[in-house]
Design a protein around this ligand. Structure first.
Ligand SMILES: Cc1ncc(COP(=O)(O)O)c(C=O)c1O
Length: 504
């Protein structure tokens, strides 16, 4: 396949705080009679805010240039372990309707019956997909839903007089870091099980870890390597027999959607990410939703408010006393609305087909990628298919050329490929990468992605420096991770940058 030529526009664009000139305006407002004296003295600013002063065309041009400097949706984005999906325009448009976008978070439920009906509809869809008895849409992402689980675990054991005794949460090394992290934040000791030869922890390791101290199991399946643990129902049985709760992290639901149900496997609770599986936009806990569902026994512990149906009306029910809220107001209901539009448009058959497609495309991709020199997959001898993603390794390539998986990822950006995910920490597979096509990319797109990877790998053997110094056609050169992580170097806001400079 011919590789496409791509070059990002590069502007020497200043940041908006450094643009403009005193007195320059986008809008002129009439002077208010009495001016600032009409504002109560206690509320008046001592100094005017440090805002840039710009004309409207300058502002428009500035943001247009910035938008040209991002790759946005023009690249092929096979972002594994997070199931990044296209966000259909239909969902975005329907959520922009005045009746949805204009809702005030403190509005009376009687005035937002349509929105509440959609939220309730989404809950019904998730109940059908999981077998759980109820859901809350309060958590603003997967990690937040995992934290909700840890808090509910604590409250549930306390209600049975076992708070002091149930101190341990069991998880696996291949679970997302938010599982052990939220368990620890909620005050539990974490037991992390290593993987066995088949790519998932062995039953004997679980048996050895379980005791009268076990509060819960937090596990994903398939995990972030696409490995499905076929003994999962036995895992749940062992944990529950010891008096613990079993929680299913369904971040990787795409590969098993409509095929299995968490409750049928015995789980007490689960979470779905609407911003992953259900076609809603993603982004750092802001617009995300971690839908948390549980059995009837745990319903009294859910944070609220929850939408409840009383005949033909929808009302809001407060959260439990133990975990009353994990987010402001109603949560990100616009996202729930979009996810509902997505689910209704897909229908049950569509959901099932999407799952099949994602597994099929991944296994096609796996076959082709393993033909590329220097590429292997984790647990090469493990029998059976990976589901909707596979964790690959460029260890061999790294040893033979000094080119890392991150170098390859950076260089692929020069050919219109969006950065993909390598692996969550800890990296138990050396030089990992984890592409995931899901159901939305065509075979041509996937073939192109693999052709680019093969080209860059070939380049790595011929001219490693070319790959190591990439990307060459992008706005920025490779970022040193330290620049992102070290607060002494980077600032996330202008005010923080100013403070740092003042101190320096
Ligand atoms: C298995 C798993 N669980 C939880 C999370 C956390 O989800 P979020 O990014 O919505 O907080 C992720 C994110 O990648 C994940 O892969």
């Amino acid at each position: 396949m011919t590789l496409r030529r791509y070059h990002a526009p590069v502007w020497d664009e200043p940041i908006i705080m450094e643009m403009g000139a005193p007195g320059r305006r986008g809008q002129h407002f009439p002077r208010v009679e009495g001016g600032a004296s009409r504002v109560p003295a206690a509320l008046r600013r001592a100094n005017p805010p440090a805002l840039p002063e710009n004309s409207e065309p300058d502002v428009l041009r500035h943001y247009l240039r910035l938008s040209q400097e991002t790759m946005g949706m023009i690249g092929i984005s096979l972002f594994g372990t997070c199931t990044m999906k296209y966000n259909p325009r239909r969902g975005e448009q329907s959520a922009m309707r005045r009746e949805i976008a204009g809702v005030h978070p403190a509005q009376h439920p009687d005035t937002i019956q349509g929105l509440l009906a959609a939220v309730h509809g989404m809950e019904e869809a998730l109940r059908a997909l999981s077998g759980m008895d109820g859901f809350t849409f309060q958590p603003a992402g997967g990690a937040d839903a995992a934290y909700t689980q840890a808090c509910i675990t604590r409250a549930w054991h306390a209600s049975r007089g076992e708070a002091g005794q149930r101190t341990e949460i069991i998880t696996s090394i291949q679970s997302h870091p938010c599982n052990p992290a939220t368990a620890a934040t909620a005050g539990f000791d974490v037991i992390t099980l290593p993987l066995g030869p088949n790519g998932y922890p062995e039953l004997d390791a679980l048996r050895a870890a379980v005791s009268s101290k076990t509060a819960a199991l937090m596990i994903n399946n398939p995990d972030d390597m696409g490995v499905y643990n076929p003994e999962i129902d036995e895992w749940v049985r062992i944990v529950k027999a010891a008096g613990g709760l079993a929680f299913y992290d369904h971040a990787n639901f795409n590969g098993v959607m409509t095929k299995i149900r968490a409750r049928d496997l015995g789980f007490d609770a689960c979470m779905f990410m609407l911003h992953k599986t259900f076609g809603v936009s993603k982004g750092g806990g802001g617009p995300a939703v971690g839908a948390y569902g549980c059995s009837a026994e745990l319903l009294p512990f859910l944070p609220g408010p929850r939408v409840v149906r009383a005949e033909d009306r929808f009302t809001l029910e407060d959260g439990s006393v133990d975990a009353p809220k994990v987010r402001e107001y109603l949560g990100n209901l616009h996202q729930v609305f979009k996810a509902y539009a997505w689910v209704r448009a897909m229908g049950v058959e569509g959901l099932s087909e999407a799952s099949d497609m994602s597994v099929l495309l991944n296994n096609y991709m796996e076959k082709r990628l393993l033909e590329v020199r220097g590429v292997t997959r984790s647990h090469p001898d493990m029998p059976g298919w990976r589901l909707e993603m596979t964790r690959f390794s460029m260890e061999k390539l790294f040893e033979e050329t000094g080119v890392s998986a991150l170098d390859v990822q950076n260089r692929m950006g020069d050919f219109g490929i969006d950065a993909f995910w390598l692996s969550h920490e800890p990296w138990i597979v050396p030089q990992p990468f984890t592409p995931e096509a899901g159901e939305m990319w065509s075979r041509e797109d996937v073939d192109y992605w693999i052709d680019v990877l093969a080209h860059v790998v070939d380049e790595a053997y011929r001219d490693p420096e070319m790959v190591k110094t990439g990307p060459h056609n992008q706005v920025v050169k490779p970022l040193a991770p330290r620049n992102l992580d070290d607060p002494a170097i980077g600032s996330t806001t202008w005010a923080a940058h100013q403070r740092k400079n003042a101190r320096a």
